[in-house]
Ligand binder design. Structure first.
Ligand code: ACO
Length: 335
């Protein structure tokens, strides 16, 4: 069974309610039809009757719950919650209502916050920033976590590195200001994400252009410090660094550049030193190695919300909904 089929099987085994706010895009409806047909999740679609009629025409949406953001009996509850959460930031009932009607992602996050949905997926026609900002503002991080980050689950064809070609790459999507503390936290969250989705022990490499002090620079020190912090704060995570990519992945190179390391040469979870490196790195592997790149999946949020690429296909939305449903199952199990 391929990676995404195994995630779909998990999603199906304990169906979660996922909200899709992008009724302005036909791909949402094509994905919804497939999700309902495959019975992967209970779906809520946010949209006006006009949006549903225009963009959902011809798709079988039997079983989906449609929420009209201008005419929803629960709307006042969501406005009240929005004001409760953001009044200190100047959000009044009028601003809340306007924001929810203008940007359905706010509506979706409030449904999740109020327990009327287990997760949300958006981003087919919104930028990453606009997709995740409502989640950061309304759902916030899990207790004890300082930053939300974004990983890709990479499935590289015909590859015997990592876990038979499966990897987690992070942070590829969110944090523009990575310091050693954040890198250490991302390492721990990424290890948990790998283990949740792949079901095998994570071996985390903290990447750099230096292996074990082979180069000296503040950039290298940042990663080496992150390794020390991670060893101290997360002693159960199998992690090493700083490592160059080849030392992290290739056995012979790992033995040469980091002898005795329990991670070098066998890493399956790659933590990049900056957002530039992570974002460019995943796209290189996706395009040159023709890898599947599932994500960005957000980690560290109190409840699951996930982003899509604006170039995504309906099939990608289906996969992201299944991943989000599995995160929702785990969030409930860990409560
Ligand atoms: N984790 C947790 N909370 C966060 C984080 C984070 N990483 N970043 C911001 N926040 C919180 C802030 O504390 C703030 O909370 P508050 O309003 O309650 O005080 C709220 O989110 C908004 O923060 P701002 O800094 O005002 O929001 P801003 O929009 O400037 O930044 C964002 C957040 C959108 C994530 C920004 O960091 C960003 O744009 N990152 C890069 C996204 C991107 O372009 N990625 C690359 C493309 S993705 C791809 O290729 C797949």
């Amino acid at each position: 069974m391929g990676f995404i089929d195994s995630i779909k099987a998990k999603a199906k085994a304990d169906k979660q309610t996922i909200v899709l706010p992008e009724s302005m895009d036909k791909r949402t409806f094509a994905a919804a039809e497939q999700i309902l047909k495959e019975d992967l999740a209970n779906l809520v679609i946010i949209g006006t009757p006009e949006e549903i009629a225009t963009n959902g025409a011809g798709f079988d949406l039997t079983g989906a719950t449609i929420v009209d953001p201008f005419n929803d009996p629960n709307k006042q509850k969501y406005i009240d919650k929005f004001v409760e959460l953001r009044s200190k930031k100047g959000v009044t009932p009028e601003i809340a209502k306007e924001q929810m009607e203008k940007d359905y992602m706010y509506y979706a996050c409030l449904m999740v916050k109020c327990g009327d949905a287990d997760g949300a997926v958006s981003g087919a026609c919104h930028s990453t920033g606009n997709t995740i900002r409502p989640a950061l503002q309304l759902l916030k991080t899990k207790p004890g976590i300082s930053s939300v980050s974004g990983f890709f689950l990479m499935e590289v064809p015909n590859c015997d590195l990592g876990e038979n070609g499966l990897f987690v790459f992070a942070d590829c999507a969110v944090n523009t200001d990575l310091d050693s503390e954040k890198l250490a936290e991302i390492a721990a969250l990424s290890a948990e994400s790998f283990e949740t989705f792949v079901g095998k022990q994570a071996k985390v490499a903290m990447l750099s252009y230096s292996s074990k002090g082979s180069a000296k620079h503040d950039d290298v020190t940042k990663v080496a410090d992150a390794v020390a912090i991670a060893h101290e704060k997360y002693p159960n995570v199998l992690l090493d660094g700083e490592l160059q990519l080849d030392a992290a992945l290739v056995k012979e190179v790992g033995e040469l550049k980091a002898p005795g390391s329990a991670v070098a040469g066998q890493a399956n979870t790659l933590v990049f030193p900056s957002l530039e490196a992570g974002n460019i790195g995943y796209k290189l592997v996706q395009r040159l190695a023709k890898a599947e790149a599932y994500g960005p999946v957000l980690q560290g949020l109190s409840m699951p919300v996930n982003d899509l690429s604006r170039g995504c296909y309906a099939e990608d939305i289906v996969g992201t909904v299944a991943l989000t449903a599995v995160q929702a199952q785990n969030a409930k199990a860990s409560k």
